[in-house]
Design a protein around this ligand. Structure first.
Ligand SMILES: Nc1ncnc2c1ncn2[C@@H]1O[C@H](COP(=O)(O)OP(=O)(O)OP(=O)(O)O)[C@@H](O)[C@H]1O
Length: 318
């Protein structure tokens, strides 16, 4: 239903999206996950037809968003990262205005407005002006406008950014309800948000697709290099440096703890248990070790790893 086919976007000298392809099948809710600056908004804006791609094709329901923009857009409900709301308008008034912009006939407009107000939990505040709404409720208004023309596809760019945990929980429930009769692409830079909502995940970092699949599949991919946690009496940089030199180590990152201790997280290239090697090497350097354990691979560790790699490979995407 949503198809990104080899999408590329250059902003002047910056390559923001680098040959990204993925699909969202009808009825699925797919999380589009990546750190800040990964290229999520740029990809989404190409998919929704708001930004021309430098190369590649975006299709919605089979319609090329560049060539058949009207048909493609009619299928999409889009909630941009910051929705242009009019603070002085009342909720009802704003939705009515959006309906007019979409060319909806009056009766249809009113019926749909009432439906989306109810669906998005805005009934109690429909006569309030937008500037008097909390951030969570403003996002509900943004979502309501995206649903107004009853599109089968929803593309939501960081819809829960800046909301409190209770509001995030309410949105999560709403997304699951909407997934019953919508195809949804939902972007976020926060893994737990996606983890609890999406059927599948597309991960992007430094403009490139880093992983794709169900959460279990991605967990298995990340499991190929198991993690080891090391706590040693050392400076964090020195510890990471020593560990990175060891054979079989894909990466090592460390942080300082209290009283001269540091903790490193090391990712192995394969399934080899590196603990003995680590213990020997650290004892050679004279660094005292107080903890050395294999950590069950988590999606979070994979995501952190991916984020760190982005910084190295794409310094422009800070
Ligand atoms: N209009 C623009 N002109 C130049 N560079 C841009 C423009 N918009 C985005 N970029 C750059 O393109 C890259 C991808 O940005 P994008 O906003 O798509 O990422 P994102 O994953 O949505 O991040 P965020 O969550 O921070 O919005 C970044 O390096 C960003 O600085």
């Amino acid at each position: 239903m949503i198809q990104a086919d080899d999408l590329v976007k250059w902003y002047g000298p910056t390559l923001a999206v680098d040959h990204v392809s993925f699909e969202v099948a009808q009825g699925q809710i797919v999380g589009f996950l990546g750190p800040n600056g990964a290229g999520k908004s740029t990809t989404i804006r190409m998919l929704t037809g708001y930004l021309p791609a430098t190369a590649g094709t975006a299709r919605i329901g089979g319609f090329d968003v560049a060539r058949n923009s009207r048909q493609a857009r009619a299928l999409i409900g889009y909630l941009p990262e910051s929705t242009p709301l009019y603070p002085e308008m009342r909720v009802d008034e704003y939705l009515d205005y959006r309906g007019r912009l979409l060319g909806m006939p009056r009766q249809d407009r009113i019926a749909r407005r009432d439906e989306v107000v109810d669906r998005c939990g805005l009934t109690a505040m429909r006569r309030r002006t937008i500037d008097r709404l909390s951030k969570g409720n403003r996002q509900r208004v943004g979502l309501a406008q995206a649903l107004l023309h009853n599109p089968p596809v929803l593309i939501l760019d960081e819809p829960t950014a800046g909301l409190d945990p209770a509001q995030i929980g309410a949105f999560r429930t709403l997304f699951r309800e909407l997934a019953d009769n919508h195809t949804i692409l939902l972007s976020s830079h926060i893994l737990p948000e996606i983890e609890k909502t999406a059927d599948r995940v597309v991960m992007i970092a430094g403009g490139q697709k880093a992983a794709e699949g169900t959460l279990d599949e991605i967990r298995r991919q990340s499991a190929s290099g198991g993690g080891v946690i090391v706590q040693a009496k050392s400076d964090a940089n020195a510890l990471a440096g020593i560990l990175r030199e060891l054979p079989g180590v894909a990466s090592a990152n460390a942080r300082d703890l209290e009283d001269g201790w540091a903790e490193a997280t090391l990712i192995a290239l394969d399934d080899t248990d590196l603990r003995e090697l680590i213990a020997r090497r650290l004892s050679e350097t004279g660094a005292l070790v107080r903890e050395l354990r294999v950590e069950a691979p988590s999606l979070e560790a994979f995501f952190i790893e991916m984020t760190a790699n982005q910084r190295v490979s794409n310094p422009t995407a800070a």
